[in-house]
Design a protein around this ligand. Structure first.
Ligand SMILES: [Cu+2]
Length: 112
């Protein structure tokens, strides 16, 4: 095999490796963050796919919870200031949630 052929073959391998990388990254589950600040969940409504991870990050100086209403899904328990809580969304559906310590704080997680 001469150098020209070798280079071509290497280029083909690189292209295939690149495609494989793109495909595997695309199939990977995503990570989303809900920031809790000023007694609010931001974004208030978050749409994710099954398998995605949702991270609630508490930036307030007091604890909060992210608790699905009616025991339908998840409950973070107390998230202390500067702490976060992770949840992997598995079941599809719409999950309204609230902070059990401050009932005016509400959000919605949509898994589809
Ligand atoms: Cu709260």
């Amino acid at each position: 095999m001469d150098n020209k052929h070798r280079r071509r073959r290497l280029a083909k391998i690189c292209v295939l490796a690149g495609l494989f990388l793109v495909a595997s990254v695309a199939a990977k589950a995503a990570e989303h963050t809900v920031v809790i600040e000023g007694m609010q969940f931001a974004p208030a409504t978050l749409e994710v796919r099954p398998g995605d991870t949702v991270i609630w990050k508490n930036k307030d100086p007091y604890p909060h919870t992210a608790t699905a209403v009616g025991g339908s899904g998840f409950d973070s328990g107390e998230i202390k200031p500067d702490r976060s809580w992770k949840f992997v969304a598995k079941k599809a559906g719409t999950f309204p949630y609230e902070c059990t310590l401050h009932k005016t704080m509400t959000g919605k997680l949509v898994v589809k």
